[in-house]
Design a protein around this ligand. Structure first.
Ligand code: SF4
Length: 281
């Protein structure tokens, strides 16, 4: 067994929180620039140019690229040969989140109870944490701060198996169309197909942790991603919802086995502030 002190996890999480909120990464910047160069309308080009300049400035000055610094979402892959020492892994991730949001001057957006009180917890915790156990002795953490302009436009539906590929295509395109300008386009579209009601939603969230524009390794799902991308961009919602060629920067589909009687589909939208960081300890 390999020993890993939870203080190492807390410190890494604090750094990841700041990095993700301030540095969008070269992959996203290149994608945004390419989309800007393809736009024909001056207005659409200008919006994408402002987004690129904003993101570069954020990284240069290490300030948040958007005022909505999101709810903290983590995917944590735990090597089964790790023995954590010094306290609770779960608490270390929450503590690291609080530390990062404080030290990075990032807005705290979490309310402690969702319906009656809605009082801000003032440290952006608790985080939403998904754990998986994997072979080996390494801990891999991916962090994605999730803005709620786009989260609010996400949907899950239990389709019937007979709805098939066309049913999935129509449902996803309709979800983006109904969202219109609200999720701060251009967006990245995460789609989860299969599993159960909540598994489909989790898959769609994990789809949004992939590099922008990456493809599913199954060629049938990769083709589905391409077709969705084409149909979504044909909606011409465009940058900031002002029209144009770029409604989506990427469509990522993830799938899981499901029941013979069902075809769950979830669509999780992410805005142009497509932010991530990851670490392996
Ligand atoms: S949806 Fe994204 S771009 Fe829009 S306000 Fe929230 S974090 Fe910012």
């Amino acid at each position: 067994m390999r020993e890993l002190h939870v203080n190492e996890v807390r410190a890494a999480v604090a750094r990841m929180v700041i990095d993700a909120n301030c540095c969008i990464g070269e992959g996203m910047l290149t994608c945004l620039e390419q989309c800007r160069d393809r736009e024909e309308k001056t207005l659409s080009r200008n919006v994408l140019d402002m987004i690129v300049r904003n993101d570069r400035l954020a990284e240069e000055r290490m300030v948040a690229m958007c005022q909505d610094t999101g709810m903290a979402v983590f995917r944590v892959q735990v090597g089964q040969e790790i023995h954590f020492v010094g306290g609770s892994l779960d608490q270390a991730i929450h503590d690291g989140t609080a530390q990062g949001y404080e030290e990075g001057y990032l807005r705290k957006s979490v309310v402690g109870e969702p319906l009656f009180d809605r009082v801000n917890t003032r440290n952006n915790t608790p985080a939403v944490i998904y754990y998986e156990f994997v072979p080996g002795d390494q801990l891999h953490i991916t962090f994605a701060p999730k803005g709620f302009g786009s989260e609010n436009m996400s949907v899950v539906k239990m389709l019937k198996p007979a709805d098939g590929v066309d049913g999935v295509l129509n449902f996803v395109v309709e979800a983006v169309k109904n969202a219109g300008p609200n999720p701060c386009p251009p967006i990245v579209v995460g789609v989860g197909i299969g599993g159960t009601f909540e598994k489909a939603a989790q898959l769609s969230k994990f789809a949004l942790m992939r590099d922008v524009g990456s493809h599913n390794e199954d060629p049938r799902y990769a083709a589905l991603e391409d077709e969705l991308m084409e149909r979504i961009n044909a909606l011409a919602i465009g940058p900031a919802g002002l029209g144009g060629k770029t409604t989506a920067l990427g469509v990522h589909v993830e799938w899981f086995p499901t029941h013979i009687a069902g075809l769950p589909v979830a669509v999780n939208l992410c805005c142009h502030a497509y932010r991530h960081s990851s670490v392996t300890l």
